[in-house]
Design a binder for this molecule. Structure first.
Ligand code: COA
Length: 136
């Protein structure tokens, strides 16, 4: 868990209380997936169902040195498989409007912007809600 918290604090702008990671893991362990290279954790994804038909993707990050190697895509695809088994139809997430890399990544995975959230983050930044239908 320490390695995941370290990647999160190195790469995500939001500061999360470390206890949240345990909380997410205990709430929906299948949705807490890590990517390893050798014995090293180099990425992770965390999400969970929020109702019968929707899951929320809460965090996704790949260590800087390992980006653009499909690791984020593999994590996302695994997460989709997990929630698809639960009959979930949509995945939603929030992303900062200035996080172009992540927005491009999600668009490549067929997420669409469905709403803009003004003054949403702790520092007043805006965000987008993005959504993807996984009903296949
Ligand atoms: C977003 C993130 C998880 C993507 O992980 P990744 O392993 O580098 O992504 P992939 O290699 O699977 O990329 C798949 C596709 O997404 C798009 N993409 C990924 N990174 C991109 C970038 N920096 N710029 C533009 N498009 C990008 C590309 O279309 C890419 O396909 P390609 O390799 O054929 O060009 C990673 O950049 C990251 O950890 N960012 C910091 C944390 C973050 O912002 N998380 C999201 C918060 S909501």
């Amino acid at each position: 868990m320490f390695a995941v918290i370290k990647i999160a604090s190195d790469t995500l702008p939001e500061r999360y209380n470390p206890s949240l990671f345990n909380y997410f893991y205990e709430t929906f362990p299948e949705g807490f997936i890590v990517a390893e290279f050798g014995k090293k954790i180099i990425g992770f994804i965390v999400g969970l169902p929020i109702n019968d038909s929707t899951a929320k993707l809460l965090m996704l990050s790949v260590s800087k040195d390992y980006r653009k190697k499909q690791i984020g895509s593999n994590l996302l695809n695994q997460f989709v498989k997990v929630v698809n088994k639960k009959k979930i139809e949509d995945i939603e997430l929030e992303v900062r409007t200035r996080n172009k890399e992540a927005i491009d990544f999600y668009k490549k995975h067929n997420f669409q912007i469905i709403e803009k959230l003004t003054d949403y983050y702790q520092n007043g930044e805006a965000g987008y809600i993005m959504k993807k239908n996984i009903n296949f």
